[in-house]
Write a protein that binds this ligand. Structure first.
Ligand code: GLA
Length: 357
């Protein structure tokens, strides 16, 4: 499909919608604004087709929102403490606009840019962006591409970047899922599995306290399918601080592997998230407070969707022992995720699972 007009920004930038895939498989709609997932229609096990991601109806609603629905996040997904870090001995400062820290690449992050369409076929789209040297305080001119490719019931998202000077890069997609459909209420009854023995406790501003900790005996133990509702209502200190789950998990194993499974018994729907990243931010929509209108025409409230964001661990530039975000000229950053939909659990090939500790 050729790009179709979606709207325009106040400063006159046109935003297009791109559609890839076709029934009976996945149909994915993307926006050039934020290289964002706008709609993701899949067959659910009850014989229906549903849009299983949250989205905004207009450009104005997107730009008024700070929920990052479906957006590509960069240059640095998640937080950098006080917006400061040292890179090859140089002090770097980036905007500290979220409770005193940098979040998701700054107030004018990649999610607010209109990306260029570099390739579009029936099943794939490549969106590109050149982020200039000094963009939101980050050094180096960075060329970024995000490739979305639909095959049957799967979507593969490949993030790539190169730079002309040493910098940090940590890209992700910020889709919120609701397997009962956009606007269907909360995901409290969804079952979540996260392939992680450890998570990263944070302070009240979302910055890692120190090291990773065992999930054993905590509401973060999602190693077997667990309903979301009881986890986000746990009296655990970390849940209270974040108003739910807004935490980074240390995903077991490496390479492209199963990181999480989300299931809805109500619609017999199932999503496997595969990722090659060390961390997974699980965010239960804690800040959705009724102020945002959805593309389904209703207001979004707490817990109406769950974001599963594969990425490095938060504040990595200030944790030299954690997998690094450093990107140098001549290197290529690459991060791949896959969403595999399907009602049938037997599809799950467990041979790729790393053993639990
Ligand atoms: C991420 C963060 C959350 C929140 C959302 C957007 O998931 O970890 O704290 O900022 O993005 O609202």
């Amino acid at each position: 499909m050729v790009p179709a007009p979606f709207g325009s920004t106040d400063d006159g930038r046109d935003v297009d919608v791109l559609r890839i895939g076709s029934p009976p498989g996945v149909v994915l709609e993307l926006l050039t604004l934020g290289a964002a997932v706008h709609r993701l229609e899949v067959p659910t096990g009850d014989g229906q087709r549903r849009n299983v991601v949250l989205g905004h109806a207009s450009v104005a609603d997107r730009l008024a929102s700070n929920a990052y629905l479906g957006a590509t996040i960069g240059r640095y997904a998640n937080r950098i403490a006080r917006g400061r870090f040292t890179l090859d001995g140089r002090d770097v400062r980036v905007p500290a606009h979220d409770r005193g820290n940098s979040l998701h690449g700054g107030p004018d992050g990649f999610d607010r840019r209109v990306w260029e369409v570099r390739e579009l076929t029936d099943d794939a789209a490549v969106l590109g962006l050149v982020s200039p040297d000094g963009d939101m305080g980050f050094p180096g001119t960075v060329d970024v591409t995000v490739r979305y490719e639909v095959t049957g019931l799967s979507v593969r998202v490949t993030h790539e970047a190169s730079t002309d000077a040493v910098t940090v890069v940590n890209l992700t997609n910020h889709s919120y899922f609701n397997l009962d459909g956009d606007g269907a209420g909360t995901v409290d009854d969804h079952l979540l599995t996260v392939q992680a023995d450890h998570f990263t406790p944070v302070d009240a501003t979302g910055i890692p306290l120190g090291d990773h900790e065992s999930v054993a005996g905590t509401p973060f133990d999602l190693r077997s399918p667990s309903p979301v509702g009881p986890a986000v209502r746990s009296p655990h200190d970390q849940i209270a601080l974040a108003r739910g789950i807004d935490h980074n998990f240390v995903v077991r194993g490496d390479g492209l592997r199963l990181a999480a499974v989300l299931e809805s018994p109500r619609t017999d729907a199932r999503l496997e998230l595969w990722s090659d990243q060390p961390g997974l931010q699980v965010y239960t929509g804690n800040f959705l407070d009724g102020a945002l209108r959805s593309s389904a025409g209703v207001a979004y409230r707490q817990g109406d969707g769950i974001a599963l964001e594969p990425q490095l661990h938060p504040d990595t530039p200030n944790h030299p022992g954690w997998p690094s975000a450093r990107l140098a000229p001549g290197e290529r950053y690459r991060a791949t995720l896959e969403w595999r939909f399907g009602p049938d659990p037997e599809r799950l090939d467990r041979s790729h699972l790393a053993p639990s500790e």
